[in-house]
Design a protein around this ligand. Structure first.
Ligand SMILES: Nc1nc2c(ncn2[C@@H]2O[C@H](COP(=O)(O)OP(=O)(O)OP(=O)(O)O)[C@@H](O)[C@H]2O)c(=O)[nH]1
Ligand SMILES: [Mg+2]
Length: 449
């Protein structure tokens, strides 16, 4: 990918709409030759005025008409990438768009890498790295809440918040540095390093949960349903997703493979995994299922441990429940439609009585899963960041907290930490981002974006 930044002078092209049957398909061209390359395959030679749609025909290199198309040009710098951009709207389905793309390539354009249009927008200063993350999230969002977070991020809400904190840090850093030049015992009038760092810390403490929320809205959580055979795990999966996804029988050991199904709860994508019932078995296939179940349980964000409430608790159940102490776990006491034989459950985990058969308690279980997933994240004001950006924000918070501690011992240490926090904030926006970081960022995009 390193050659991409070296070849910003190329004109790139890609199909920007999803491949499949549809009313229209959009092929996008960006770069210095976007107009001249497009003109070679379009009939209308008065094309283009900035932002105006033209109805014309697309023809091949022998002059045969391929399709009737609409095309539009956005002239540099007033385009998505900041370069000259042409969009050709062919009829939908793959063939017309594919032919259009091939014609552009045979007339001087090169195929775009994934995310290369957005990478160019970033390189040309049209968006920063925070907004780029918002663009990616808008494409991949799976709920209204996720889309709203993406819209907030791509329109610059995160960038402005980070820049405001950065500017406050910069001002403080300047004051501390002036103070350092003062003779021993003299202080800059009105300078309260600890107090000013505390105010900046509060802003970051407010911002970070919003970013964590964005990550949860994009990536969701995985919830593993575990428990002994016949407890009703597969029945619970079916009740949660509202259809017969997994086989249910009264034969213990029915489920072997892990069965996954995702739903959205309050905007958060939750992937549920139904697993094999936990027990010792001589059956090779079943024991492999149990091994998979245990590792899924260990790797889960949330474990839902299902008990059969119509039976006495077993020693194995008690031991599994003990192993879940202190983890994100919910104990679902199933079969509440039958007489309760299990009695009270000794655990600090949340216990919910449910019936996978008649649906009782399923909504309460979903709410508990949602609350556990979002914890104290601010979902209704979520913002999108990558894991790298979140780590930099957390690092800035750490630096500032340490800076506040060290302020009492001397301003030079505080100045160093405040300076480090400032650089981290700039990295969130992509200032001085190296090729490696940009490669990993933009390779997550689809081709044509
Ligand atoms: N009365 C009642 N029966 C239930 C309930 N949930 C499950 N069952 C029954 O319990 C039996 C086992 O259900 P499954 O969902 O297959 O149990 P499982 O935990 O997936 O079992 P394995 O796959 O063998 O580990 C079936 O006969 C279900 O109909 C419930 O809420 N109430
Ligand atoms: Mg099952």
């Amino acid at each position: 990918m390193a050659q991409i930044t070296d070849s910003m002078n190329d004109t790139i092209a890609a199909i920007s709409t999803a491949l499949g049957e549809g009313a229209i398909a959009v092929t996008r061209i960006s770069g210095p030759d976007a107009v001249s390359v497009s003109r070679k395959i379009l009939a209308r030679q008065d094309f283009p005025e900035h932002g105006r749609m033209y109805l014309t025909t697309l023809h091949d290199n022998d002059g045969n008409i391929i399709d009737r198309v609409l095309c539009v040009c956005f002239k540099s710098p007033k385009s998505y990438t900041g370069e000259n951009v042409v969009e050709i709207h062919t009829h939908g389905g793959i063939f017309a768009a594919q032919t259009c793309l091939e014609l552009l390539l045979s007339n001087g354009a090169r195929i775009a890498e994934p995310g290369e249009f957005t990478r160019r927008a970033f390189i040309n200063g049209h968006i920063d790295l925070a907004q780029a993350e918002g663009v990616l999230s808008a494409i991949t969002s799976r709920s209204n809440e996720a889309l709203k977070a993406a819209a907030r991020t791509l329109t610059g809400e995160l960038s402005r918040a980070v820049m405001k904190i950065h500017d406050d840090v910069l001002t403080l850093q300047g004051k501390i540095e002036i103070q350092l030049d003062f003779p021993e015992g003299e202080t800059l009038a009105g300078l309260d390093v600890e107090g000013e760092i505390s105010r900046i810390i509060s802003s970051l403490e407010e911002l970070i949960p919003r970013c964590s929320a964005g990550i949860i809205l994009s990536h969701g959580v995985n919830a593993v349903i575990a428990g002994r055979p016949n407890a009703g795990k597969s029945s619970l999966l079916n009740a949660i997703v509202g259809r017969k996804r997994a086989i249910v029988t009264d034969i213990p050991g029915t489920t072997r493979d892990i069965i996954e199904e995702s739903i959205i709860i309050g905007g958060v994508p939750v992937k549920f995994s139904d697993t094999a019932g936990l027990r010792e078995s001589d059956d090779v296939i079943e024991s492999e299922g149990v091994r998979l179940a245990i590792s899924a349980m260990n790797e889960s964000d949330i474990c839902i441990y299902v008990l059969d409430g119509s039976q006495k608790i077993t020693a194995e159940d008690s031991s599994h429940i003990r192993s879940l102490e202190g983890r994100n776990a919910i104990i679902a006491v199933n079969k509440s439609d039958l007489p309760n034989e299990i009695g009270g459950i000794e655990s600090s985990c949340k216990v919910i009585h449910i019936s996978a058969k008649n649906g009782e308690g399923i909504d309460a279980l979903k709410t508990a899963i949602y609350n556990m997933a979002v914890k104290d994240c601010s979902v209704s004001s979520g913002l999108n960041v990558s894991a790298f950006q979140l780590e930099e924000l957390r690092g800035a918070l750490r630096d500032l907290r340490e800076g506040r501690e060290s302020a009492a011992f001397g301003d030079d240490v505080a100045a160093g930490l405040v300076g480090s926090a400032r650089l981290r904030l700039l990295r969130v926006l992509g200032v001085d981002a190296g090729d490696e970081l940009l490669d990993s960022m933009f390779s997550r995009f689809c081709v044509g974006k």
